[in-house]
Ligand binder design. Sequence first.
Ligand SMILES: Nc1ncnc2c1ncn2[C@@H]1O[C@H](COP(=O)(O)OP(=O)(O)OP(=O)(O)O)[C@@H](O)[C@H]1O
Length: 644
Amino acid sequence: MPGLNARIDQAASLHRHASAVAQAAASALDTYLPPPRTDLAEQQALAQRLRDAAGRLTPGWLGAVLDEVPAGLPLGEQRRPEFVRIGTAAPGEDAQFPAVLPLLGTGHLTFSADSRDPRVAGVLRAVLLRLLATAPSGTLVVRAVDAVGGALFAPFGALADAGLMPPPVTDRAGLQAVLAEAEHWVRPSRPEAQRRPTARPRRRDCTMLLLIAALPSDVQGAELNRITALAQAGPATGLHLIVAGWPPPPLTPDTSLPSAQAPLPMSTQVALRNPYALLGGMPFSQPARADGPSPTATWPGLSVPVRLDPDPPAELVARVCRELAERYALSGQVHLMDLLPDPDHWWAESSAAGMSTTAGLAGETPISLVFADLTPHWLVGGRTGGGKSAFLVNVLYGLCTRYDPDELALYLLDFKPGEAFGRFAPSTGSEPDPAWLPHARVVGLDCDREQGLAVLRELDEELRRREELWQELGVQRFVQAREQRSLPRLVCVIDEFPVLLTGSDPVAAEALGLLEAIGRRGRAYGVHLILCSQTVRGIEALHARRDSLFGQVPVRIALPGGGDVLEATNDAAATLPLGCAVVNTAGGLGGPRGATRGHEKTVRFPDPDADAQVLAALRQRLWQARDPSSDPPVVLTALTQEPA
Ligand SMILES: Nc1ncnc2c1ncn2[C@@H]1O[C@H](COP(=O)(O)OP(=O)(O)OP(=O)(O)O)[C@@H](O)[C@H]1O
């Protein structure tokens, strides 16, 4: 078989030759840079014109060099950002200009590598930051996919906490859910009102950005086709895509096959080379003139090397996101009625398993806080004038409209002058008003420490009674006792509770012991505390016993100036404006800086006194609904104290 062997040898040699040629071609392509223009002066003049044009197309955040952003650069422009900078085009050392692309309102953007390439990760964060910082508040709806763990978006965590951008999805199921949401967005049959991401910005002003940093490894052809279809339909309906790792590698094991996926329709394509990137494709689907050629056919890409923008500084991303979150929180007015149940459903809830009420809104999402076995007590902090009374009044009306007086009873103590709780008792002043809050058993106004102590003793006594009852019934938890007996949950609100614990006298010692006992045992017996103060530091009686009291209080609410109810390292409340609160259900723990915090939200809440008429009607309606045989609350003031 000498002839056959010779032919095999020849074929092998041809194969080796071919693969060597292919390898050489690949490395030549990797290092290939388009030849620079030889006419230097002309090139520099052109670069100057391009720099000027880029400056006009990408003002402010859209084109700024992100590690040199001036401190006062304003956030949130009036218009949707259309062009965005992705890097620096560098045809020659002296002829550089910003590489700027049309995106929102026009088309899409793809990168040939996914976010595992650090250059792609950096530019994705830079582009996202530019767009978020520029878009009018709440008008850019971002959905992110990052199947290599989601860390890419961690610095944007404050947006998730505020309800502006949910955490990225990281697997195939998440990708499918996000695609379904985008399909819903582009569906033409849906009435405009339903397309609103929030009630505030008008839908036609809103844009959805679907940012895929890395596709899941088990992605299927069906999902890739859905992405292509979305790209086709998107720009006309305000949906735009940034996809890193497109086209994806072939789905078959035979990796010698080229990808079956074509470039995304209407996309600018960034091809990663080493160390530069090249821009290709064009996002315009329509020729400039009806009878003209398609721009895609006439302009194959920018044949200059582009250095992609680096990762923006982490502190800059965190600062911008925090400011955007706060701005968004403030941008919509909340009303007391937004926190209350529908008037047809007042007094409709059972407190057997726990009680919840809406504390405020994060974005447009109502955020509930709960009194239950795991979250039995709350601690509220805020400076004078920080909105503590407003927050508490909202919470109390929220609870008292959901639960009737057989489900909930209140003990309200205020150790400072002020009328915050006075509204819950009959008023005997110049304009007497007999109405009271039917749930209120005790209302203490500017009361003194002995009066406060007496109320704590009463609650302790109630705990003892319930303890005996539980033994008799053979149960251990409130919810079990409620199966056999009708009993309200008790909530004791103490504003400026450190007054009780001031000094090292017997009142302070007894009050602390009682608070600790209620803190420890209250959860089993349906007795709950809301402790409020301007500060929770430096309370003498708590020295060395801080954890024995606050350790029982997992729900922390920080109002402006009240950040010390959170962990010392948690600065979420550092720059809160009036009307906003950080609500944390993990004892004030923050977690890694910038990470998404499921247990912590920034909410905005209303000033209940802003609408006096609504408040008066609310008060009347609750009072009218009371059991006519019920008694008004016991009112404690420093004046009602018997002389010694
Ligand atoms: N959500 C809000 N939006 C706008 N203004 C508010 C809001 N909440 C409270 N305010 C206003 O802020 C001021 C202080 O509020 P509030 O009395 O609730 O604070 P506070 O923390 O209880 O103060 P203090 O401890 O001195 O009693 C009031 O004039 C109130 O009308």
